[in-house]
Design a protein around this ligand. Sequence first.
Ligand SMILES: [Mn+2]
Length: 246
Amino acid sequence: MKRIFFSDLHLDDSNSAVFGAFANMVRHEAQSVDEIYILGDLVEMWVGDDDTSEPAEQIVDILREASALAAVFVVHGNRDFLLGERFCERTGVTLLEDPFVLDGDILLSHGDLFCTDDHAYQNVRKLLRSDAWQQELMEKSLADRQQLGKQMRAQSMQANANKSTQIMDVNAAAIGEAMRISGATTLIHGHTHRPADYPKRGTDAFRRIVLGDWQDCGWLCRQVDDDLSLECFGLTHYAEPETANA
Ligand SMILES: [Mn+2]
């Protein structure tokens, strides 16, 4: 079984290097892997499946092409929790619950669930994920939602600037509890932008792979049967070689 897992691309401008790296990587990997897992924050902001902006349309095209070759799964992040049914229909991707147990052994999550020390964030998360709030939001026009999204992003940046990095990191007890309930021995998550591969230590411990955010390089976790590895690659790594004009 060949799989890749990645998260936190925060796609925005379709002309950016990160956007190009995403398109090239997915097109390339979809030809050889069986399954692709996007563990949240694929985009900087998803304002609804009715978004017809250039980047939104391109993302739909890229994922539709990919899902014709490999099964593609998506977990909501805190930036793209409005990815919905219509998006799934158009792209052929499948939304997964967060957390999700894969093969009974690998727990997948965006990761923000585990940041339980950040009480303010968890309260906002609960509100934003509620059906009532989302329903009310989707009754607004696309332009209003875009405006609101920008406001919320600015507010979140301001709030985070005053928080310690420890508060914004995952809580060990919250993760331990999720691992115990799931029975998994490996956790793969993103969100914190602190890529790392923490090995299993002790008898009831687990391995934790933290995916990185895509900025100067791209990050993915690759599974080949029982082997998992965290990889980072240059943004032009998957780019097609330029044809010589000799
Ligand atoms: Mn996130």
